[in-house]
Write a protein that binds this ligand. Structure first.
Ligand code: ATP
Length: 457
């Protein structure tokens, strides 16, 4: 065990410091880092880690935040205390129960630690499980209120990312929070056209929705998601922004990586991430509210479930409507706590069409003389030709193949309806990537007005 004076690497994480009344966990970290400055020896980008998107008590995107730094144990504990002092208090009304965790970075690799990480990505974790692990792992930890924030803080502290993306988050000045954001929409559309796919999910073109800015009292001005932090900093200057920017922070993140689906199972347990190969067994039906559902039977297990594509998934619903019984598909999504006709419901996040049943349509046979379609005389009574007036008691209907207008592929909801963790199609094939070497300065808050001026020079 290193002595208290030896330099060591640490992971310090927080969660649940936010509420819908104007706070955000990433902003708590941004303002802490802005005040700590470079006396804090960061060794990596701050991490923004999204967990199981199906937990019902999340405020927005179920994310926790961590930093990785070098310090002696004594200094690390002081840094923990400093960040702790900045955490907001717990609030039942705001559903806010902050948690903070300090662990030695080496612990992240341990098998039981990674087992917990897989669990937090895909299932509902009990607070006791988190505390049990924290008791063996953490040098310091503290939970306020119900202490639930400890779960996400532990998750963010132990995140291990083979594939990752970056998000440049920018923050509003205090006086602007709550006022409409002054970002020119047309510039966001131009931005998407210029930077996609290196920077993705900035604008949902098909539905005409800009995606970089949250709504309401959130202190985030906008976020840009992409493959490379330097590109994010360059691209930012293409946006037309007419309000002051308090600063920005680049996060390394599991957003856009499908990490939750990577570890998911086909267990039908409410609030879990779910992936299953199944067979369509009922024709899709439209529901009130614009949702579409169909029954799926698991290919390898003896159970059936409703796969539901909800209204916000927009264009994906027209793909779903074209499915027919016996199509083989992979359903990925979240298990809902909703049972209809004794079958549980899956909220569809991603559809893979694996094999399509040939589309066959039944047609009446043709008249051998005039080639017109015959008409049926009733069940079991054969056909007759309206033109030639002849009967054909033994004629049988024929089957004609039709074009299904579908092909085996991966289908996602439009960007406006995707989870933070959903891997956009443009990222398929990346799988895992090596971390490049970046200038340490990029790990700290960035003055974006300076970045703009730099460009003009
Ligand atoms: P924001 O994105 O604005 O930071 P949020 O969507 O991350 O908000 P929180 O307010 O942090 O939401 O609430 C999520 C809560 O769920 C946290 O307390 C976190 O510890 C807890 N949590 C996260 N993942 C799990 C999980 N898999 N099982 C149980 N609890 C979880």
């Amino acid at each position: 065990m290193p002595s208290s004076r030896e330099l060591q690497s640490w992971s310090l994480a927080i969660d649940d410091t936010d509420s819908l009344q104007g706070d955000c966990t990433t902003e708590t970290m941004f303002s802490f880092l802005a005040s700590a400055g470079e006396t804090l020896k960061l060794i990596d980008f701050p991490h923004l880690i999204r967990f199981n998107p199906n937990v019902p008590w999340k405020t927005r995107g179920n994310g926790g935040v961590s930093i990785r730094f070098q310090a002696t144990r004594k200094d690390a504990e002081e840094i923990f205390e400093e960040l702790n002092r900045r955490l907001p208090s717990a609030s039942t009304e705001l559903n806010r129960n902050p948690g903070i965790v300090l662990i030695p970075l080496d612990a992240v690799k341990e098998a039981n630690v990674q087992k917990f990480y897989h669990k937090i990505m895909t299932r509902v974790v009990l607070l006791d499980e988190a505390i049990e692990l924290l008791n063996t792992l953490a040098v310091s930890y503290l939970g306020k209120g119900t202490k639930r924030g400890l779960i996400g803080a532990l998750g963010a502290s132990i995140a291990s990312l083979n594939d990752f993306t970056f998000e440049l988050l920018t923050y509003r000045t205090r006086d602007m929070i709550g006022q409409p954001r002054k970002i020119e929409t047309a510039s966001v559309l131009r931005f998407e056209k210029k930077w996609f796919p290196r920077i993705f999910n900035s604008y949902d073109i098909d539905n005409d929705i800009p995606l970089i800015a949250p709504r309401g009292k959130d202190p985030v001005l906008f976020g840009l998601r992409g493959e490379n932090p330097l590109e994010l900093l360059e691209a930012y200057r293409d946006l037309e922004i007419y309000e002051p920017v308090a600063g920005g922070l680049i996060f390394k993140t599991n957003q856009g990586t499908d990490q939750h689906l990577e570890f998911a199972t086909n267990k039908l347990i409410p609030f879990q991430a779910f992936v299953d190969t199944g067979i369509v067994i009922s024709p899709p039906e439209d529901l009130q509210g614009g949702h579409v559902r169909f029954l799926t039977r698991s290919k390898f297990e003896k159970f059936e479930y409703w796969t539901v594509c909800y209204e916000p998934s927009k264009q994906l619903r027209s793909i779903i409507r074209k499915l027919i019984p016996n199509d083989e598909i992979e359903v990925a999504g979240g298990v809902r706590n909703l049972i209809i006709d004794k079958r549980i419901t899956i909220n569809l996040e991603r559809l893979k069409i694996l094999r399509l049943e040939p589309g066959m349509i039944r047609e009446n046979p043709h008249c051998p003389q005039c080639n017109k379609h015959l008409t049926s005389k009733g069940k079991g009574q054969g056909f007759k030709c309206k033109k030639c007036k002849k009967s054909f008691p033994d004629a049988k209907p024929t089957l004609r193949k039709y074009d299904r207008g579908l092909h085996p592929a991966i289908y996602l909801p439009p960007p406006s309806a995707q989870r933070h963790l959903t891997q956009p199609i443009c990222r398929y094939g990346i799988g895992s990537k090596a971390m490049e070497k970046y200038n340490q300065e990029l790990f700290y808050p960035i003055s974006l007005s300076k970045t703009r001026e730099n460009k003009k020079e």
